[in-house]
Write a protein that binds this ligand. Sequence first.
Ligand SMILES: Cc1cc2nc3c(=O)[nH]c(=O)nc-3n(C[C@H](O)[C@H](O)[C@H](O)COP(=O)(O)OP(=O)(O)OC[C@H]3O[C@@H](n4cnc5c(N)ncnc54)[C@H](O)[C@@H]3O)c2cc1C
Length: 707
Amino acid sequence: MADRGLSDIKGVSEEDKKMIENIETMMGPEPEDMGFIKNAFWGRMREELIFPYPQEGDEERDTCDALLEELEEYLEHEHPRVEIDQEQYIPDWVIDRLFDMGVMGMIIPETYGGLGLGVTSYNRVLELIGRYCASTAVLVSAHQSIGCKALVMFGTDEQKEAYLPMVAQEKLSAFCLSEPNVGSDAAAQESFSVKTEDGDYILNGEKKWSTSGAMSGLCTVMCKNMVPNPQTGELEQRGVNALIVTPEMEGVEVFENNRAKTGIRGTWQARFRFNDVRVPQENVLHEEGKGLKVALSCLNYGRCTLSAGVTGAAKAAKEQGIKWAQTRYQFERPIADFELVQQKIARMSAVTYAMDAMLYMMTGLLDQGESDIMVETAITKVFCSEFGWQVIDEALQVMGGEGYMTEHELERAWRDNRIHSIVEGSNEVMQSFIFAYGGKQLAEKMVSIQEALLWDTDASIGDNLSRILKAATTPAVLKKAVPMGAQLFLGLKPSAPDLQSVHPALQDQADALTTLIQKHSHYFKLVSKWEREDVVKHQAQQARVADNAIFLFALASSLSKMDDQLRSGEYGPAFERDRAAFEYLFDWFERKIHQNFGEMRDNADESMREAAQAARDYNDTLPNEDFYIHEGSPLGRDAGKEPPTEHIAQFDGEGQDPREVDRKPGETQDLDVDEVVDEVADEMAQPAERGDGAPEEPTPAPDTDNS
Ligand SMILES: Cc1cc2nc3c(=O)[nH]c(=O)nc-3n(C[C@H](O)[C@H](O)[C@H](O)COP(=O)(O)OP(=O)(O)OC[C@H]3O[C@@H](n4cnc5c(N)ncnc54)[C@H](O)[C@@H]3O)c2cc1C
């Protein structure tokens, strides 16, 4: 019995089916071996993946330590972190200095002028930068995790020779995925390239929010891959291309350098317009049409470095907050003597322990070349962005009114680190992803069994009976269906996985973890049974399952880290702090997981949906012109209120301010995508005078001979 895809579930809306199919195409085939979290959805534990806690090699660690020492000296004494935020600009001398230290070429192989460091070392550096200046951490991460990472991972020798020395030593790089109508929906690209007869590509479209785009020497640009159908001559989309584009190519226009924003104000996000840019065929990364794989692979690294930056910021905020609480006296005692302040201190301590454990578990798995890590990188990103920002928020709260003041630097960290739950896949999208892809294989099995054995109201009685009888007498179906049925309908749970190899002092936590994994799998099946096809749209339930997967990975990584600390004989106040943080983390998260189990069964989702609907209905009575409305809204860009520009810094580019242009949804800045596709298709049917994208000979007429 072949397993059915998730989009095959009956009763799922066409829009949701399309979304699931798009995501499935983007994800590509499943890796051979399921990763840690996917196994946890089945109630299994791949112990060998997370024990022992990953370690860097001695040589690599020494090289990285030397770099960290030099970098810390610079960050502490020279780096203009306050100026960067206040002036909304990272000075060129800072970027040059980072290049000189090798920080901008850390992940680039030494043969091409980089340091050739592994993922763990790279993230240790990002964590250190994140302690001091999130703008700089994001600049470094955008350059190496996404800007030129595709070139490092997928580039040919010729591509690497042509561009890597430049981005290792002198020029920034940028990643161009987002567009006015491409935010969370990364597959909805409107920018497109058309392959010419000589093999080059003509690129048109618009890109938004490309970090460092205005000052980059290289951009990795994602666009629809439009290819003429040999039969009809019509252009058809065949996947997405990842193209290397450089600013000197004719037709590349940066029409907005940056916009004023909440935090990471030193970074700049550019807006590009590509006007018939001829991109040589040798600039395709990976394979034609396989660009989304390129983008998703880069995002794994971006999600780690994002986590590293916020981990550094959270650790610094925690230390500052605790010091304040110990030294600020109210009611004739340090405020740290009050239990509600202690609760914050304990939470900050436990959460930063888990962030660290998860982050370096992930980087270790990436360094070991583990292939099925996409769910875990998403988990780490959600946890670090959400909980890391909460740590900074709690530290600010502990500092009271003084925490809100600019000089104490926490308010900057608070503004800066807010971005991480929005970018690199918003946390809500990641929760759905963790639910769907963590449990994908198990869900597919359940759909297949359900389909084989349950009554289909759309089918005839005869069809139902013959299908069920056939399936019920097939040993392969029975073998799978009977245990699954026993779990779903009789409430029987398979036994918890075994974890015996931990340090003896940690056996209680190991047993607690394996029991939670067993229950997690059971509740995933129950939620799927209770919700049936509604599970696709009931995201509150998805989020409970996803959050539990996140907590499980936090606990598993922390257990492995503490196991390593105990085995290596650590002691002293730092170790005692870690050990107590670890024990509290287990107590705390175990309860959070059980709370989610309870709410999977009994929750307020129904009235939540009604309240949301009523609030939306009321909102519809408010005039659109009183509010800001997204530029790509189907209502049109003039539907909402005009944003003020006075007293807000403007960072114009070479061209027109995009807000002055009347642009309808589905159009790029001054370009109607459908119109241009039609034009190019027409041109391709004509003989061309010059090599501008049209073939030399007319495209053959469609073959009408059906014989
Ligand atoms: C400072 C900054 C730097 C950036 N750098 C880059 C860069 O270098 N390169 C690049 O290509 N892009 C970059 N981006 C763009 C960034 O990746 C997008 O902002 C992000 O993908 C979210 O898209 P959006 O802002 O359009 O939000 P939308 O897609 O409009 O989503 C808004 C909110 O809706 C909710 N939401 C959306 N979809 C769902 C769903 N399916 N389920 C549940 N909730 C949902 C989420 O809460 C989300 O936060 C940057 C953005 C910023 C602000």
